[in-house]
Design a protein around this ligand. Structure first.
Ligand code: ZN
Length: 268
């Protein structure tokens, strides 16, 4: 299989990708690294500085701000592999021509963002990242911080969809049923840690919620989930999944009643 254009190395599985990702990030885990110095030189960690400029207040949904962070994150975390040639970033606003789509995704499905891979007729893979406007956070700083967490969450999906050659739905080595397999979980853990400890930008990539959804979607047994490798709130995930699965089990009293009723139907 051909390695997609723009891919610096090409990975076999999501697990393999996570290994290489962690190895590379360990190499720049210092404040005197060039990429980290660049980050601080333009005060990327200071969200108020980005929002409250001498020329006026910028919206947290400002496409220029989000696109600038996209480039910075791509350089730091993904070796500049995500760029305008293979990834499009869109922001969906509550008001305007995408109002209906925003409502369906953000309000009904409670989705903050999503990444969709495409392979056009020329065979070159492409990803579209969508971020949906949030209207329920207390201020601009909190809103932009949430978008940046969502952006990193979706960039990880986009990276795996573009550069992993064996993209299966298997949990341990593939991308999982809902995209949040072991590889995605390990990469996003390192991103959250690096953002908080090195970049001075604590962000939430929604990992615990994503793993809960992944386990529910895949039907994987809890004993088969390698929690010790995933760095999540294991007790919270297990509690959530066990409660949801208990709700989905058929009620034994109702099940007993079904027999005679079916028998009556057959007799009639
Ligand atoms: Zn996701």
């Amino acid at each position: 299989m051909d390695i997609p254009l723009g891919c610096p190395f090409g990975h076999t599985t999501c697990w393999d990708t996570a290994d290489k990702f962690i190895c590379r990030l360990n190499g720049i885990w210092k404040r005197d690294n060039r990429l980290v110095r660049e980050w601080f030189s333009v005060r990327s960690n200071d969200l108020d500085y980005q929002l409250f400029t001498p020329w006026g207040i910028r919206a947290a949904e400002d496409h220029y701000i989000l696109q600038t962070y996209f480039y910075a994150f791509s350089k730091i975390f993904f070796g500049d592999a995500l760029n305008v040639q293979n990834c499009l970033l869109r922001v969906f606003l509550k008001d305007g021509k995408h109002e209906r789509q925003w409502y369906d995704v953000r309000c009904v499905k409670k989705t903050l963002g999503r990444s969709q891979p495409f392979t056009p007729s020329n065979g070159v893979k492409f990803a579209v990242i969508d971020i949906y406007q949030s209207t329920d956070l207390p201020n601009l700083n909190a809103t932009l911080r949430q978008y940046l967490g969502t952006l990193l969450h979706e960039m990880t999906h986009a990276y795996l969809s573009l550069f992993v050659l064996q993209l299966t739905s298997e949990f341990q080595h593939g991308e999982g049923t809902a995209g949040h397999g072991s590889g995605w979980m390990r990469i996003t853990y390192c991103i959250e840690k690096f953002c908080s400890q090195v970049l001075g930008l604590p962000v939430d990539l929604n990992r615990t919620f994503s793993l809960e959804r992944e386990i529910m979607a895949s039907g994987i047994a809890l004993r088969d989930v390698p929690f010790c490798q995933l760095d999540v709130d294991t007790a919270a995930v297990k509690k959530y999944v066990e409660e949801r699965r208990a709700l989905m089990r058929p009620n034994p009293i109702v099940a007993q009643d079904v027999g005679p009723s079916l028998k009556r139907q057959r007799q009639n």
